[in-house]
Design a protein around this ligand. Structure first.
Ligand code: UD1
Ligand code: MG
Length: 455
């Protein structure tokens, strides 16, 4: 409870210790096991280095596995800490007095993480097809969702003031409770799709050294900062200056009541060591990479975000931290869903002469069908891709058609706009975009959110 919480946070201090252990552990462990991964064939060519596909350097692949293993081991060892204050009591605790609920939340999150890690690793070993890959995180999320349900999971959302009124005027007030609408099963559908999105969206914003890990790091830090805001350790003046104030009653820390604090404490326990893992792995994955994360890393970090957000009841806030991933996913849709050809790799094109990265192209050998043309022309109009046209000068009867387009990823989009760049600078640029996304997210969540939703 808040009273217990305010006196001290022993588990919070332990969690910071575990985060440091995670960082040091990953920095130490990854080079130790790299050799073994290579000898089992878990290696990939660093495609954006001299030699590229043909003779680029071999880099050990799927090093997300030792990261995830260490993380899970630490999280298992950590389980007793949030409950340690109970151990001091003289009489043994029965099922009525022990906070079973919290323990179940914790365990089901670990289960989801374990499943995600296993499935990510299987993907690394066997390169699962897209349509087989998509439902995997859904299965992994079922335990988490059932636990969410068992603790009386909320399925209602608060509508912006105007929309609530508008819907009632349409005669839908039966479904509304003031500005609150209960989405019921639809909300569960959203929660089921959330892990699919968080895992895959990080995996497809990939291809340059450090970029998957940097994204995960910034998202983890954003969630962590968001959790910290909910802990009653700040002076209310500081929060007021930052604008975290209920505009209706002018009170700060309105939200800092028992339940909510506990949920964000738990999220903090998961995010702290995750930050440690990401920082530690970035050490080896930064340009020029000595280790690749593999899909294991993307799946396990993505699932960690979903698990804490679902259990912590902040899945909508979490989505706000994925703005670059949402952008990248929407931009990718024509390629993911077959409107435009999707090559195995969409990473940028490496120019050996300049050592710089350029946008990579998808080329058309014959005129693309109308719907493809329309989509590409729209994207080109929005300056999201750069098109090249076949020159019909030779034959006057021949129609001008699209010869090539830059690949539909945020990474290529950045290269189109900022020009050729070295791999590490591009990674920093993506990181900067991610940080800006989080700044916007905090703004929307705490400033704009309160204008819209009234507190
Ligand atoms: C996703 C992307 C793909 C991108 C790939 C790169 C989609 C639909 N898929 O596929 O376009 O090319 O990630 O990770 O968008 N690699 C590098 N440098 C890096 C990281 C990876 O050269 O910094 C290469 C290595 O050869 C590595 C391979 O990419 O072995 C890993 O690819 P993998 O993660 O298996 O690709 P996908 O996740 O399927
Ligand atoms: Mg991948």
């Amino acid at each position: 409870s808040l009273q217990d919480g305010q006196s001290s946070y022993p588990a919070l201090q332990a969690s910071i210790g575990f985060s440091l252990l995670a960082f040091v552990g990953v920095v130490w462990l990854v080079p130790k096991v790299s050799e073994a991964f290579v000898s089992k064939g878990l290696k990939g060519r660093d495609l954006l280095k001299p030699g590229g596909r043909v003779s680029g350097p071999w880099i050990p692949e799927s090093l997300g596995l030792p990261c995830a293993s260490l993380y899970l081991a630490l999280m298992m060892l950590f389980i007793p800490f949030p409950f340690s204050h109970l151990f001091k009591k003289q009489t043994p605790l029965g099922p009525e007095t022990f906070p079973q609920q919290e323990l179940t939340l914790y365990l089901s999150s670990l289960l989801s993480l374990l499943t995600a890690t296993l499935l990510g690793f299987i993907d690394d070993l066997f390169d699962i097809r897209w349509r087989h890959k998509l439902p995997i995180p859904i299965v992994a999320a079922v335990p988490t969702l059932l636990v969410y349900y068992s603790v009386g999971g909320v399925t209602s959302v608060v509508l912006p003031k105007g929309i609530g009124g508008w819907l009632s005027s349409l005669g839908l007030e039966r479904w509304l409770d003031g500005n609150v609408v209960d989405l019921g099963p639809i909300y569960y559908l959203y929660l089921i799709l959330l892990p699919t999105f968080t895992t895959n969206s990080i995996n497809i914003l990939a291809g340059i050294n450090g970029v998957e890990v940097l994204q995960a790091l910034i998202i983890a830090l954003s969630v962590l900062i968001n959790d910290l805001l909910f802990l009653p350790i700040w002076s209310s003046n500081l929060l007021r200056v930052l604008g975290f104030e209920n505009p209706q009653n002018g009170r700060v820390l309105d939200w800092a009541i028992g339940e909510v604090v506990n949920r964000h404490l738990m999220s903090f326990y998961f995010m702290g060591p995750l930050v440690g893992v990401c920082l530690g792995f970035l050490w080896h994955n930064w340009y020029p990479a000595k280790a690749f994360p593999g899909d294991t890393f993307c799946y396990f970090t993505g699932m960690a975000f979903s698990a804490v957000a679902i259990q912590g009841h902040f899945s909508k806030t979490l989505i706000l931290f994925f703005i670059p991933q949402i952008f990248n996913f929407i931009l990718s849709c024509p390629q993911l869903f077959g409107l435009v050809e999707c090559p195995r790799h969409r990473l940028p094109f490496y120019d050996e002469k300049t050592n710089l990265l350029n946008p990579s192209l998808v080329t058309f050998t014959s005129p693309p069908p109308l719907r493809t043309r329309i989509v590409l022309e729209i994207l080109s109009f929005l300056r999201l891709v750069k098109l090249e046209y076949h020159d019909p000068a030779k034959d006057a009867n021949e129609r001008r058609y699209i010869k090539s387009s830059t690949n539909l990823t945020i990474i290529n989009f950045l290269l189109v706009h900022f020009g050729p760049m070295r791999e590490d600078r591009l990674c920093i640029l993506v990181g900067f975009v991610q940080v800006m996304g989080s700044v916007v997210a905090f703004g929307v969540r705490y400033k704009v959110g309160s204008w819209f939703y009234g507190g």
